[in-house]
Design a protein around this ligand. Sequence first.
Ligand SMILES: C[S@@+](CC[C@H](N)C(=O)[O-])C[C@H]1O[C@@H](n2cnc3c(N)ncnc32)[C@H](O)[C@@H]1O
Length: 221
Amino acid sequence: MVEGRGWRFSDIDHRPPGWQLLWQEGRLVVADGRSKLSLGVDEIFRRARGGNLAIAKACRGARRVHDALAGWGTDAMTLAVLGLDVVATEQDARVHAVLAERIVALRTANPGVSIESKNVEASRLWRASEHFDVVYLDPMFEPHPTTALASGRMQALEAWVAPTPTEDLVEMLDLARGVARVVVKRRRKDPALEAPDWSIRAKAVRFDVYRQRPPIAPPGG
Ligand SMILES: C[S@@+](CC[C@H](N)C(=O)[O-])C[C@H]1O[C@@H](n2cnc3c(N)ncnc32)[C@H](O)[C@@H]1O
C-alpha cells in the first residue's frame, strides 16, 4: 500500500504492461517500460511567461476558474500561474494522484499560486453553491485519423481513461452554462459542440466560448 497527499493505492507496481503508475525513489512516476513521462512544473512557468496564450484570452476577465476535466493539470496550473484562482477536478484516481503531486511541486516553486484539486466527477461542483466565472472543458479527443502518434502524455491518458462521448459533452456544456461562462477546447478543425458565442483560435486547437445562460425567470415574475 502506498499513500500520498489525498491518494492511496494498493496496486501500484502490479499493473499489466503498458502505462503504469509507479512509486520510484519517493516519487510518483508514469512510465511504460521504455519511457517515463516528464511532468515537472518548469514548463508551466515557461508557458505562462511566453504570454499571448489563447487559453488566457478565452478566460479573459475571469477570476475564479473551474478546470473541470483537469487531466495532468497543465492548463489548470498555467491559469493559476497567470493569477487566476483555479479549482481542478479529475475523476480518475491515478491521474488525480499525479495532478495533486504536480500542484504540490508548483506551490513549492511559487507559494503564491491559488489552485486546488479534487478527485471528483466535475458536475458535482455545479450542483454545490461554489461560484465560478469560467468552467473550462478540455475533453479527450478521439484519436486523430491522420496526425502522427499522440504524445506520451496523451498515450498514457488514452490507456487509462475513455474518451467522453460527444453527447455527454453536450450535456456537460449545457449543465455548466447554467453556472458560468464555458470554454471548450476543440481540435482546430473539429465541429463545435454547438454554436459558440465566439472562438479563439490557436495553431492546432480552438477555444469555443459560451456565455452563461441567463437564469429562467420564475413564473409570473
Ligand atoms: C484531455 S484530459 C485534460 C488535459 C488537461 N487539460 C491538461 O492540461 O493536462 C481530460 C481529463 O478529463 C478527465 N475527465 C473526463 N470526464 C470527467 C468528469 N466528468 N469529471 C472529472 N474529470 C473527468 C479524464 O479522466 C481526463 O484525465
